[in-house]
Design a protein around this ligand. Structure first.
Ligand code: NAP
Length: 335
Protein backbone atom coordinates (compact mmCIF):
# COMPACT_ATOMS: atom_id res chain seq x y z
CA UNK A 1 0.00 0.00 0.00
CA UNK A 2 1.46 3.41 -0.93
CA UNK A 3 1.62 6.57 1.17
CA UNK A 4 -0.75 9.18 -0.26
CA UNK A 5 0.24 12.73 0.57
CA UNK A 6 -0.92 16.20 -0.30
CA UNK A 7 1.69 18.69 -1.52
CA UNK A 8 1.22 22.44 -1.73
CA UNK A 9 1.29 23.20 -5.46
CA UNK A 10 0.71 26.96 -5.55
CA UNK A 11 0.03 29.93 -3.32
CA UNK A 12 -3.66 30.73 -3.44
CA UNK A 13 -5.10 34.21 -3.83
CA UNK A 14 -8.42 34.37 -1.99
CA UNK A 15 -10.20 31.07 -1.41
CA UNK A 16 -7.98 28.13 -2.47
CA UNK A 17 -9.13 26.12 -5.49
CA UNK A 18 -8.65 22.37 -6.07
CA UNK A 19 -5.35 22.97 -7.97
CA UNK A 20 -3.80 24.48 -4.86
CA UNK A 21 -2.62 21.00 -3.83
CA UNK A 22 -1.38 17.85 -5.59
CA UNK A 23 -2.20 14.44 -4.22
CA UNK A 24 0.74 12.09 -4.87
CA UNK A 25 1.67 8.52 -3.90
CA UNK A 26 5.04 7.25 -2.76
CA UNK A 27 6.46 4.20 -1.03
CA UNK A 28 5.85 4.08 2.69
CA UNK A 29 9.10 5.39 4.24
CA UNK A 30 11.47 3.18 6.24
CA UNK A 31 12.74 4.60 9.54
CA UNK A 32 16.46 5.23 9.98
CA UNK A 33 18.15 4.91 13.38
CA UNK A 34 16.22 6.92 16.00
CA UNK A 35 13.22 7.34 13.70
CA UNK A 36 9.63 6.08 13.64
CA UNK A 37 6.91 5.82 11.02
CA UNK A 38 3.40 6.79 12.10
CA UNK A 39 0.32 5.67 10.21
CA UNK A 40 -1.93 8.70 10.49
CA UNK A 41 -5.56 7.88 11.21
CA UNK A 42 -6.97 11.42 11.43
CA UNK A 43 -5.89 14.82 10.14
CA UNK A 44 -7.03 18.02 11.82
CA UNK A 45 -8.39 20.69 9.47
CA UNK A 46 -7.88 24.15 10.94
CA UNK A 47 -8.46 27.71 9.71
CA UNK A 48 -4.78 28.49 10.40
CA UNK A 49 -3.84 26.25 7.45
CA UNK A 50 -4.99 29.03 5.15
CA UNK A 51 -2.47 31.45 6.68
CA UNK A 52 0.39 28.94 6.46
CA UNK A 53 -0.03 28.90 2.67
CA UNK A 54 0.82 32.61 2.33
CA UNK A 55 4.43 33.60 1.73
CA UNK A 56 4.41 36.17 4.49
CA UNK A 57 5.97 36.66 7.92
CA UNK A 58 3.97 35.02 10.67
CA UNK A 59 4.39 33.14 13.95
CA UNK A 60 5.52 30.07 11.99
CA UNK A 61 7.25 29.76 8.57
CA UNK A 62 4.95 29.25 5.56
CA UNK A 63 4.54 25.82 3.98
CA UNK A 64 6.90 25.76 0.99
CA UNK A 65 5.72 24.86 -2.50
CA UNK A 66 6.16 21.10 -3.01
CA UNK A 67 6.06 20.41 0.72
CA UNK A 68 3.47 18.24 2.46
CA UNK A 69 0.60 20.46 3.64
CA UNK A 70 1.14 21.14 7.34
CA UNK A 71 -1.60 19.77 9.62
CA UNK A 72 -2.08 18.30 13.05
CA UNK A 73 -2.48 14.51 13.08
CA UNK A 74 -3.05 11.51 15.27
CA UNK A 75 -1.92 8.00 14.41
CA UNK A 76 -0.21 4.80 15.44
CA UNK A 77 3.50 3.97 15.28
CA UNK A 78 3.88 1.16 12.72
CA UNK A 79 7.68 1.00 12.51
CA UNK A 80 10.42 2.07 14.92
CA UNK A 81 14.18 1.89 14.54
CA UNK A 82 15.91 2.01 17.93
CA UNK A 83 13.76 4.92 19.03
CA UNK A 84 14.57 6.06 22.59
CA UNK A 85 10.97 6.97 23.49
CA UNK A 86 8.38 5.41 21.16
CA UNK A 87 7.59 1.85 20.07
CA UNK A 88 5.28 0.16 17.59
CA UNK A 89 1.66 0.49 18.73
CA UNK A 90 2.04 3.85 20.51
CA UNK A 91 -0.63 6.39 19.62
CA UNK A 92 0.95 9.78 18.95
CA UNK A 93 -0.35 13.21 18.07
CA UNK A 94 1.75 15.90 16.41
CA UNK A 95 2.31 17.77 13.16
CA UNK A 96 2.26 14.82 10.75
CA UNK A 97 0.83 16.75 7.77
CA UNK A 98 -1.85 15.76 5.28
CA UNK A 99 -0.48 12.32 4.49
CA UNK A 100 -1.15 8.73 5.45
CA UNK A 101 2.30 7.96 6.89
CA UNK A 102 4.78 10.31 8.57
CA UNK A 103 8.48 9.65 9.07
CA UNK A 104 9.80 11.48 12.14
CA UNK A 105 12.35 11.51 14.95
CA UNK A 106 9.40 11.98 17.31
CA UNK A 107 10.18 15.57 18.34
CA UNK A 108 7.03 17.56 19.14
CA UNK A 109 4.86 14.44 19.27
CA UNK A 110 2.83 13.51 22.34
CA UNK A 111 1.67 10.02 23.34
CA UNK A 112 -2.03 9.78 24.20
CA UNK A 113 -4.25 7.18 25.83
CA UNK A 114 -7.16 6.24 23.59
CA UNK A 115 -8.85 4.32 26.39
CA UNK A 116 -9.70 7.72 27.91
CA UNK A 117 -10.93 9.54 24.78
CA UNK A 118 -11.29 8.66 21.09
CA UNK A 119 -8.58 9.73 18.64
CA UNK A 120 -10.45 12.70 17.07
CA UNK A 121 -10.93 14.30 20.52
CA UNK A 122 -7.14 14.43 20.91
CA UNK A 123 -6.86 16.74 17.90
CA UNK A 124 -9.94 18.70 18.97
CA UNK A 125 -10.98 19.51 22.51
CA UNK A 126 -7.93 17.80 24.07
CA UNK A 127 -5.63 19.03 21.29
CA UNK A 128 -4.57 22.31 19.75
CA UNK A 129 -8.04 23.97 19.48
CA UNK A 130 -8.93 23.01 23.05
CA UNK A 131 -5.61 24.38 24.33
CA UNK A 132 -6.25 27.61 22.44
CA UNK A 133 -9.63 27.96 24.09
CA UNK A 134 -8.27 27.11 27.54
CA UNK A 135 -5.34 29.53 27.58
CA UNK A 136 -7.14 32.17 25.54
CA UNK A 137 -10.11 32.43 27.85
CA UNK A 138 -8.27 31.88 31.16
CA UNK A 139 -4.86 33.50 30.70
CA UNK A 140 -5.57 36.18 28.11
CA UNK A 141 -9.26 36.78 28.80
CA UNK A 142 -8.62 36.51 32.58
CA UNK A 143 -12.26 35.61 33.15
CA UNK A 144 -13.71 35.76 36.62
CA UNK A 145 -17.02 34.74 38.08
CA UNK A 146 -19.87 37.03 37.02
CA UNK A 147 -18.15 38.32 33.85
CA UNK A 148 -20.20 38.76 30.71
CA UNK A 149 -18.31 36.88 27.99
CA UNK A 150 -19.06 37.19 24.28
CA UNK A 151 -17.57 34.65 21.86
CA UNK A 152 -17.60 34.67 18.04
CA UNK A 153 -17.13 31.49 16.00
CA UNK A 154 -18.85 30.06 19.06
CA UNK A 155 -20.03 26.77 17.59
CA UNK A 156 -16.54 25.96 16.25
CA UNK A 157 -13.72 23.95 17.76
CA UNK A 158 -12.18 26.78 19.78
CA UNK A 159 -15.25 28.91 20.50
CA UNK A 160 -17.40 26.07 21.81
CA UNK A 161 -14.72 25.06 24.32
CA UNK A 162 -13.91 28.65 25.37
CA UNK A 163 -17.61 29.24 26.07
CA UNK A 164 -18.02 26.08 28.10
CA UNK A 165 -14.95 26.89 30.19
CA UNK A 166 -16.39 30.34 30.86
CA UNK A 167 -19.60 28.64 32.06
CA UNK A 168 -17.58 26.37 34.37
CA UNK A 169 -16.04 29.53 35.84
CA UNK A 170 -19.43 31.13 36.51
CA UNK A 171 -19.62 33.65 33.67
CA UNK A 172 -22.62 34.69 31.60
CA UNK A 173 -21.79 33.50 28.10
CA UNK A 174 -23.23 34.68 24.78
CA UNK A 175 -22.15 33.05 21.52
CA UNK A 176 -22.21 34.30 17.94
CA UNK A 177 -22.64 31.65 15.24
CA UNK A 178 -24.08 31.18 11.76
CA UNK A 179 -27.61 29.79 11.55
CA UNK A 180 -30.43 28.79 13.90
CA UNK A 181 -29.24 25.19 14.30
CA UNK A 182 -25.82 26.23 15.61
CA UNK A 183 -27.37 28.85 17.89
CA UNK A 184 -29.79 26.29 19.34
CA UNK A 185 -26.85 23.92 19.89
CA UNK A 186 -25.00 26.58 21.91
CA UNK A 187 -27.92 27.26 24.22
CA UNK A 188 -29.67 23.88 24.44
CA UNK A 189 -26.68 21.54 24.45
CA UNK A 190 -23.69 23.57 25.63
CA UNK A 191 -25.53 25.69 28.20
CA UNK A 192 -24.69 29.13 26.78
CA UNK A 193 -26.94 31.89 28.14
CA UNK A 194 -27.78 33.22 24.70
CA UNK A 195 -26.76 33.14 21.06
CA UNK A 196 -26.74 35.57 18.14
CA UNK A 197 -27.18 34.26 14.60
CA UNK A 198 -24.92 36.60 12.64
CA UNK A 199 -26.24 35.29 9.30
CA UNK A 200 -29.83 36.23 10.07
CA UNK A 201 -29.70 38.88 12.81
CA UNK A 202 -28.24 42.33 13.31
CA UNK A 203 -25.18 41.66 15.49
CA UNK A 204 -25.10 45.13 17.08
CA UNK A 205 -28.74 44.77 18.15
CA UNK A 206 -28.15 41.19 19.32
CA UNK A 207 -25.23 42.19 21.55
CA UNK A 208 -27.25 45.05 23.00
CA UNK A 209 -30.13 42.71 23.75
CA UNK A 210 -28.06 39.87 25.27
CA UNK A 211 -25.44 42.03 27.03
CA UNK A 212 -27.45 45.04 28.24
CA UNK A 213 -24.69 46.13 30.65
CA UNK A 214 -21.90 45.49 28.12
CA UNK A 215 -19.13 42.92 27.71
CA UNK A 216 -16.27 42.11 30.10
CA UNK A 217 -14.49 39.69 27.77
CA UNK A 218 -14.78 39.36 24.01
CA UNK A 219 -13.13 36.23 22.58
CA UNK A 220 -12.70 36.91 18.88
CA UNK A 221 -12.37 34.15 16.32
CA UNK A 222 -13.67 35.98 13.27
CA UNK A 223 -12.57 39.66 13.12
CA UNK A 224 -14.14 42.08 10.64
CA UNK A 225 -17.55 43.62 11.31
CA UNK A 226 -18.29 41.35 14.27
CA UNK A 227 -15.16 42.59 16.08
CA UNK A 228 -16.32 46.15 15.50
CA UNK A 229 -19.76 45.37 16.88
CA UNK A 230 -18.25 43.81 20.02
CA UNK A 231 -15.90 46.77 20.58
CA UNK A 232 -18.89 49.10 20.60
CA UNK A 233 -20.26 47.40 23.76
CA UNK A 234 -17.18 47.02 26.00
CA UNK A 235 -17.40 47.59 29.73
CA UNK A 236 -14.76 49.30 31.87
CA UNK A 237 -11.50 47.27 31.92
CA UNK A 238 -12.78 44.79 29.35
CA UNK A 239 -10.40 42.28 27.75
CA UNK A 240 -10.53 41.50 24.03
CA UNK A 241 -8.80 38.24 23.07
CA UNK A 242 -7.63 38.23 19.47
CA UNK A 243 -7.58 34.50 18.76
CA UNK A 244 -8.35 34.57 15.03
CA UNK A 245 -10.03 36.45 12.21
CA UNK A 246 -11.46 33.81 9.92
CA UNK A 247 -13.69 36.31 8.10
CA UNK A 248 -10.50 37.91 6.74
CA UNK A 249 -8.35 34.88 5.81
CA UNK A 250 -9.43 34.66 2.16
CA UNK A 251 -9.48 38.41 1.52
CA UNK A 252 -8.10 39.57 -1.78
CA UNK A 253 -7.98 43.15 -0.48
CA UNK A 254 -6.61 44.55 2.80
CA UNK A 255 -7.74 43.06 6.11
CA UNK A 256 -10.66 45.04 7.54
CA UNK A 257 -9.47 46.48 10.85
CA UNK A 258 -11.71 47.69 13.66
CA UNK A 259 -12.93 51.27 13.41
CA UNK A 260 -14.36 51.22 16.95
CA UNK A 261 -10.97 50.78 18.58
CA UNK A 262 -11.27 54.00 20.59
CA UNK A 263 -13.66 52.07 22.79
CA UNK A 264 -10.44 50.55 24.22
CA UNK A 265 -9.34 54.01 25.30
CA UNK A 266 -12.69 55.10 26.71
CA UNK A 267 -13.09 51.86 28.67
CA UNK A 268 -9.40 51.40 29.66
CA UNK A 269 -9.72 48.06 27.93
CA UNK A 270 -7.04 45.80 26.46
CA UNK A 271 -6.91 43.87 23.22
CA UNK A 272 -4.31 41.10 23.14
CA UNK A 273 -3.30 38.63 20.47
CA UNK A 274 -2.37 35.06 21.39
CA UNK A 275 -0.64 32.06 19.82
CA UNK A 276 -1.38 28.73 21.43
CA UNK A 277 2.16 27.37 21.04
CA UNK A 278 3.37 29.86 23.67
CA UNK A 279 1.50 27.84 26.28
CA UNK A 280 2.96 24.40 25.42
CA UNK A 281 4.39 23.93 28.92
CA UNK A 282 0.88 23.99 30.36
CA UNK A 283 -0.78 21.59 27.88
CA UNK A 284 -0.60 18.56 30.16
CA UNK A 285 -2.26 20.29 33.09
CA UNK A 286 -4.85 21.87 30.79
CA UNK A 287 -5.70 18.48 29.27
CA UNK A 288 -6.10 17.00 32.76
CA UNK A 289 -8.48 19.78 33.81
CA UNK A 290 -10.47 19.54 30.60
CA UNK A 291 -10.58 15.76 30.79
CA UNK A 292 -12.03 16.08 34.28
CA UNK A 293 -14.68 18.55 33.11
CA UNK A 294 -15.55 16.16 30.30
CA UNK A 295 -16.01 13.28 32.75
CA UNK A 296 -18.20 15.52 34.92
CA UNK A 297 -20.35 16.38 31.89
CA UNK A 298 -19.37 20.06 32.06
CA UNK A 299 -17.43 20.07 28.79
CA UNK A 300 -18.84 18.52 25.64
CA UNK A 301 -16.75 17.75 22.60
CA UNK A 302 -18.14 17.43 19.11
CA UNK A 303 -16.14 16.34 16.08
CA UNK A 304 -17.34 16.26 12.50
CA UNK A 305 -15.38 13.50 10.77
CA UNK A 306 -15.16 13.19 6.97
CA UNK A 307 -13.38 10.38 5.19
CA UNK A 308 -10.70 9.98 2.55
CA UNK A 309 -7.56 11.97 1.81
CA UNK A 310 -8.97 12.40 -1.73
CA UNK A 311 -11.76 14.49 -0.16
CA UNK A 312 -9.40 16.95 1.49
CA UNK A 313 -10.37 19.91 -0.69
CA UNK A 314 -14.12 19.72 -0.29
CA UNK A 315 -13.70 19.09 3.44
CA UNK A 316 -11.28 22.01 3.87
CA UNK A 317 -13.84 24.39 2.31
CA UNK A 318 -16.25 23.63 5.15
CA UNK A 319 -14.07 25.69 7.49
CA UNK A 320 -15.07 28.78 5.57
CA UNK A 321 -18.64 27.93 4.57
CA UNK A 322 -19.43 26.79 8.11
CA UNK A 323 -20.98 23.55 6.75
CA UNK A 324 -19.76 21.44 9.61
CA UNK A 325 -20.73 20.68 13.18
CA UNK A 326 -17.87 21.06 15.65
CA UNK A 327 -14.21 20.26 15.11
CA UNK A 328 -13.45 19.40 11.49
CA UNK A 329 -11.50 16.15 11.09
CA UNK A 330 -10.49 14.07 8.07
CA UNK A 331 -10.03 10.33 8.45
CA UNK A 332 -7.15 9.35 6.17
CA UNK A 333 -6.53 5.73 7.12
CA UNK A 334 -7.93 3.26 4.57
CA UNK A 335 -9.52 0.16 6.05
N1 NAP B 1 -4.32 32.04 17.99
C1 NAP B 1 -4.18 30.73 17.99
O1 NAP B 1 -3.22 30.16 18.52
C2 NAP B 1 -5.25 29.92 17.33
C3 NAP B 1 -5.28 28.53 17.42
C4 NAP B 1 -6.33 27.84 16.83
C5 NAP B 1 -7.31 28.54 16.14
N2 NAP B 1 -7.22 29.89 16.04
C6 NAP B 1 -8.23 30.67 15.35
O2 NAP B 1 -9.44 30.49 16.03
C7 NAP B 1 -10.53 30.64 15.12
C8 NAP B 1 -11.48 29.45 15.25
O3 NAP B 1 -10.79 28.27 14.92
P1 NAP B 1 -11.55 26.88 14.98
O4 NAP B 1 -10.53 25.83 14.89
O5 NAP B 1 -12.48 26.91 16.12
O6 NAP B 1 -12.36 26.89 13.62
P2 NAP B 1 -13.83 26.35 13.42
O7 NAP B 1 -14.73 27.17 14.26
O8 NAP B 1 -13.85 24.92 13.57
O9 NAP B 1 -14.19 26.69 11.90
C9 NAP B 1 -14.41 27.92 11.49
C10 NAP B 1 -15.83 28.47 11.79
O10 NAP B 1 -15.76 29.87 11.60
C11 NAP B 1 -17.01 30.34 11.18
N3 NAP B 1 -16.82 31.27 10.07
C12 NAP B 1 -16.29 31.00 8.85
N4 NAP B 1 -16.28 32.10 8.09
C13 NAP B 1 -16.83 33.08 8.84
C14 NAP B 1 -17.10 34.46 8.61
N5 NAP B 1 -16.80 35.03 7.44
N6 NAP B 1 -17.65 35.19 9.59
C15 NAP B 1 -17.97 34.62 10.78
N7 NAP B 1 -17.74 33.31 11.06
C16 NAP B 1 -17.17 32.57 10.10
C17 NAP B 1 -17.83 29.13 10.72
O11 NAP B 1 -18.88 28.95 11.66
P3 NAP B 1 -20.34 29.58 11.43
O12 NAP B 1 -21.15 28.52 10.83
O13 NAP B 1 -20.73 29.99 12.79
O14 NAP B 1 -20.16 30.74 10.48
C18 NAP B 1 -16.86 27.96 10.79
O15 NAP B 1 -17.47 26.79 11.24
C19 NAP B 1 -9.91 30.79 13.75
O16 NAP B 1 -9.86 32.16 13.43
C20 NAP B 1 -8.52 30.24 13.93
O17 NAP B 1 -7.61 30.78 13.02
C21 NAP B 1 -6.20 30.58 16.62
Amino acid sequence: MPNKKLLLAKRPVGMPDPDTWNLVSEEIPTPGPGEIVIQNHYVSLDPAMRGWMNDSRSYIPPVQLGEVMRAGTIGVVVAANEHPKYKVGDVLTGWGGVQQYSLTNGDNYYAVDTSLAPMPTYIGTLGMPGMTAYFGILEVGKIKEGDVVLISGAAGAVGSVAGQIAKVKGCTVIGIAGGPEKCAYLVDELGFDGAIDYKNENVYAGIKQHCPKGIDVYFDNVGGDILDAALSRLRLHARVVICGAISQYNNTSAVKGPSNYLSLLVNRATMQGMVVMDYAKGYREAAMNMGQWMMQGKLKSREDVYEGIENFYETFQRLFTGEKRGKLVLKVIEE
